[in-house]
Design a protein around this ligand. Structure first.
Ligand code: BG6
Length: 511
């Protein structure tokens, strides 16, 4: 995508503009946690390997535990070797690791922040990072408030003399609308909206970015992208994984908060939005917010008709027995938390009137896959009726992951003297078409935040609108529990979800 990136220096790379960020220091709060090890450091290393980092950069890990820069670097090296997309090259790792530092402090100790301010000044002087600072809130969400407060009290949130400061806030961004509003207010006491980058890592996925290009750079699709030609849309995010040691968080969250409020609604917005006035962050986000505002609210009895929630029982995945959700470590044995949601969502606007969007998301499903499937309407049932052949509808599938790509199901005549009509597939695979590995979402997002480009980050109003929609569903769920369905781990979810889509005369796609 071509983007307006006001503070960055565009370089031409082939036909596209590539942004090299300004020199800066990235401060990671929660530097000893999982996110830093699995995602952030591998992403930074890969950016370094691709020559995409600014010429001067420092990475400062901020956390409670006592450790030296050396110990911190060696722990990160171990993680990077495990999780990096590209293999670690010793020489490159050494030069990258030399830019990594550790700052020990409790999150609630203001002195730790004043000491950080001094250390950042020294690093600026020694390393030429020009006072530009990017603060990454990667600690638990219960720490966000105290970190933001101390950033403000220590003056670290203030940009000085031509430099910039920005903040990246990890998910979960609140647990409902009031908590999200409160967090937004706290963030805005310390940082301007233009300095705030709320992560939704699905927006950093290459194929999610391609939805807009596919829609608006091809005359073919956009002309038919409406209720005249489209019967319904299915958005699926399926994971074989269970809660993977995150039960403490997940049991309070559930699939609706964990995946639908953010990732799935973002994919829906990109699929349903109108063409933006430009490619700048606000034009795109304006259009996404309009979609969220057009969602038909689901509330009260409507929730039980249009939303299915379910939890996995014991079963097997790839031939391996796995435990029921309620038997997972740290899960309440009577938990009513949903690990699966299927729902019918309607976008009540001119373009989409009468076109349901079916969303399905679940853990412990048979296969990993995220996709958007656009099902077109049937052709008039006249011409081929006499042949007795049934004609499958056209389906355009945008595969977000894995095997990123786009396919189109069409009908074709089978070779031979009789008229046999069969579905065939036109298929585009990123891997083979571009011969280039797809970068990880966090690579793109870190780079964009360093460049000051907020296009792939959620704006305040987007987050709040999405919570409004989701909160009404939770409010209905709170009134009863007997609608919680169960499915065996390794199955495609409960029969109730099949019934939901069957009412529209459709069936879930097999991934
Ligand atoms: C996270 C959720 O935001 O996204 C996880 O908290 C989920 O529960 C993950 O597993 C899925 O992300 P991805 O990139 O693996 O599809």
């Amino acid at each position: 995508m071509l983007m307006d990136t006001p503070r960055s220096n565009p370089l031409r790379e082939g036909l596209a503009l590539r942004s090299i960020p300004d020199p800066c220091t990235l401060v990671i709060f929660g530097a000893t946690g999982d996110l830093t090890h699995r995602k952030l450091i591998p992403a930074l290393y890969n950016l370094a390997a691709d020559g995409a980092l600014p010429p001067a950069i420092s990475v400062v890990g901020f956390a409670r535990r006592d450790k030296t820069d050396e110990l911190f670097r060696s722990e990160l090296e171990e993680a990077a070797r495990k999780f990096s997309r590209q293999p670690i090259r010793d020489e490159l790792w050494s030069s990258f690791a030399a830019s990594v530092f550790y700052h020990r402090s409790a999150f609630d100790n203001l002195d730790g922040y004043t000491a950080l301010a001094r250390r950042l000044d020294e690093l600026d002087a020694a390393r030429g990072t020009c006072g530009n600072r990017l603060f990454y809130l990667a600690a638990g969400p219960d720490q966000f408030e105290v970190i933001l407060e101390n950033l403000r009290k220590s003056g670290l949130n203030q940009a000085r003399g031509g430099s910039w400061t920005r903040v990246i806030v990890e998910k979960p961004f609140g647990t409902d609308l009031p908590s999200a509003r409160k967090l937004n207010d706290l963030v805005q006491e310390a940082f301007d909206e233009s300095e705030t980058f709320r992560i939704d890592h699905y927006l950093g996925k290459e194929t999610a970015q391609n939805i807009m290009v596919m829609r608006f750079a091809n005359a073919l699709f956009e002309a038919m992208w409406n209720s005249r030609y489209i019967d319904h849309v299915q958005i699926t995010a399926s994971e074989p994984l269970g809660v993977e040691g995150r039960a403490g968080y997940y049991d309070k969250s559930g699939a609706l908060r964990d995946m639908v409020q953010n990732h799935l609604l973002q994919l829906l917005c990109l699929t349903a939005m109108e063409p933006p006035a430009g490619l700048d962050a606000d034009s795109i986000r304006d259009e996404k917010v309009k979609v969220l505002r057009s969602l038909r609210p689901l509330a009260g009895a409507g929730v039980f008709r249009h939303v299915v929630r379910a939890q996995y029982g014991a079963g097997s995945i790839n031939g391996k027995r796995v435990a029921a959700y309620r038997d997972e470590l740290n899960v309440n044995p009577e938990s009513a938390t949903e690990t699966y949601v299927a729902m019918e969502v309607n976008v009540d606007n001119w373009r989409w009137a009468g076109v349901p969007f079916f969303i399905r998301v679940g853990k412990r499903l048979p296969k990993a896959g995220t996709e958007i499937a656009v099902h077109f309407k049937s052709v008039p049932p006249v011409l081929f009726r006499a042949t007795g052949e049934s004609i499958d509808d056209n389906v355009l599938v945008i595969r977000i992951q894995p095997d990123e790509g786009i396919s189109l199901r069409m009908s074709a005549k089978m070779p031979g003297s009789s008229l046999r009509i069969e579905p065939v597939k036109m298929d585009f695979h990123y891997g083979t078409s571009f011969g280039k590995a797809t970068p990880e979402a966090y690579e793109r997002l870190l780079l964009d935040a360093m460049c000051g480009d907020a296009t792939l980050f959620a704006r305040r109003d987007e987050v709040e609108e999405a919570w409004k929609f989701v909160d009404a569903i939770h409010a209905a769920w709170a009134t009863r529990q007997d609608d919680l369905a169960f499915y065996s781990a390794g199955s495609w979810g409960p029969g109730e979800a099949d019934e939901l889509i069957k009412r529209h005369d459709a069936a879930w796609r097999r991934l």
